[in-house]
Design a protein around this ligand. Sequence first.
Ligand code: SF4
Length: 207
Amino acid sequence: MTDRDYLKKLRIPTKDNPLRLLMSACLSGITCGWDGTANGEYPTALKILKYDTVRVVKFCPEEFSFGSPREMCDIHGGTGFDVLDGKAKLLTESGQDWTEGIIKASEKMLDIAKQEKIEIAVLMDISAACGSQVIYDGNRFSDNKTYQIGAGVAAAQLIRNGFKVISQRDYASLEILYSKIDTRHQIDTTKLDHHEIEWYKEYFKTT
Ligand code: SF4
């Protein structure tokens, strides 16, 4: 779940003192996805790159440990927090255990976040590394593809260490962020975060 109160309290950055933002590299258009693509195009994230009041630090945890392109991987037996606690595993489609590598990658992402004094992270939801609201529960290519509420391993590492994470699908939170980096931006109050949309509420029976 996003922390909109935190976003509302974010300072107003300037060109000389820009907001320090960590972004999933693929959201910025870098082709670090498992299949050698950028995992699609997400205008809500690309918009952030246009402002000189933000300094965007880009990082791909999976590429750091496994290179690109690579096998598709998903968390089995829990969420990213469970992987960090040794209670779940990151497995590739062919069954390779990438747990150790993804934990190392999450630690690298945390080091970067600390070093760069990151104020907010915008990460790709659904990813086993970067997801923050929803991830797959087991292999996404299996016949009974299943989602679960939870964070990927790298996002979990950041959250556990006090960093705030939103996804490219948290449209209400992004509206607040845009209003900080562009003081002329009028917040669209009709926008919803990922956990507020109908699909999420129906799938996870949260209403
Ligand atoms: S690990 Fe994160 S940054 Fe890398 S491709 Fe997946 S979602 Fe994008």
